[in-house]
Ligand binder design. Structure first.
Ligand code: UDP
Length: 248
């Protein structure tokens, strides 16, 4: 691709410009970080897996009426995306208590929540991505009330679709993080990625609380077999997409 210039390097991806100002190229890396980059490592093949899983899920969500930044994948670890201005909020949707929700509230891990919980974290590594109250969100003036309503509605709709999708892969969607961006027409698009790096995924064919983990918690908690868990997620997601494509 002509005229590529590195725009930004994040913890898991590098963003390049392209010869079209409306299009950016994202390269997914094997680098893994956790605990606000205090823990660093590599997960072999992660870049390709996260890129192909995200691409498959973005394409599928688009077909269900969710606008995303996805265009196509020129190679297995590269994704062409629509250029958006990222809204600096990490939107977390939770179906089951885990991670920081348990640490901060004392809820037991694995408790099924009565309804999905939507939370907003400030996307700012220097501040440690703090949990925001609604008043703080509006105080910071990073989003309008109308945009927040739209984002929450999109996040809950995505959750319903993804829960069904992963269930058909024999996977429980515990929680996940989304990012949204605004395109040149100020339309809100789902951006970033949806992958084992950004979701908690539990294998429904396993009952053991460690054996069932198929996501970045294997890396965070040194559970081992990280690569094979990511590969398993990829294989099940792609097989499910293929099955649906065949059945029309
Ligand atoms: N998450 C993410 N990026 C972040 C923080 C969280 O993708 O910077 C995802 C994480 O993988 C999990 C969900 O968001 O699926 C909720 O994470 P949590 O707040 O429980 O944080 P953690 O326990 O990972 O610190």
């Amino acid at each position: 691709m002509l005229n590529t210039e590195k725009l930004y390097e994040g913890k898991a991806k590098i963003l390049y410009t392209t010869n079209n100002p409306e299009v950016l190229l994202t390269c997914y890396k094997d680098d893994a970080t956790a605990f606000n980059a205090q823990k660093r490592g590599q997960i072999q093949g992660k870049g390709e897996i996260n890129c192909t899983v995200s691409a498959a899920l973005f394409k599928w969500l688009e077909s269900l009426g969710i606008p995303t930044h996805y265009i196509d994948c020129p190679t297995p670890n590269q994704m062409r995306v629509k250029a958006v201005k990222i809204i600096p909020i990490e939107v977390v949707v939770r179906n089951i208590a885990a991670g920081s929700l348990c640490r901060q509230t004392g809820l037991p891990e694995g408790k099924v929540l009565p309804s999905p919980l939507v939370e907003y974290y400030l996307k700012n590594d220097d501040l440690g991505d703090p949990l925001l109250t609604l008043d703080r969100l509006f105080l910071l003036d990073i989003i309008s009330q109308a945009q927040l309503v739209a984002i929450k509605e999109m996040a809950l709709k995505i959750n319903r679709h993804l829960q069904d999708f992963f269930a058909s892969c024999q996977i429980t969607l515990v929680d996940f993080k989304l990012e949204f961006g605004l395109d040149s027409q100020q339309q809100i698009l789902l951006a970033d990625e949806i992958s084992p790096d950004t979701c908690r995924l539990w294998d429904r064919t396993e009952t053991d609380p460690q054996a069932r983990v198929m996501d970045k918690d294997r890396f965070r908690k040194d559970l081992g077999e990280v690569e094979s868990a990511y590969q398993k997620v990829q294989a099940r997601v792609l097989a499910q997409i293929e099955q649906w494509q065949k059945s029309g």
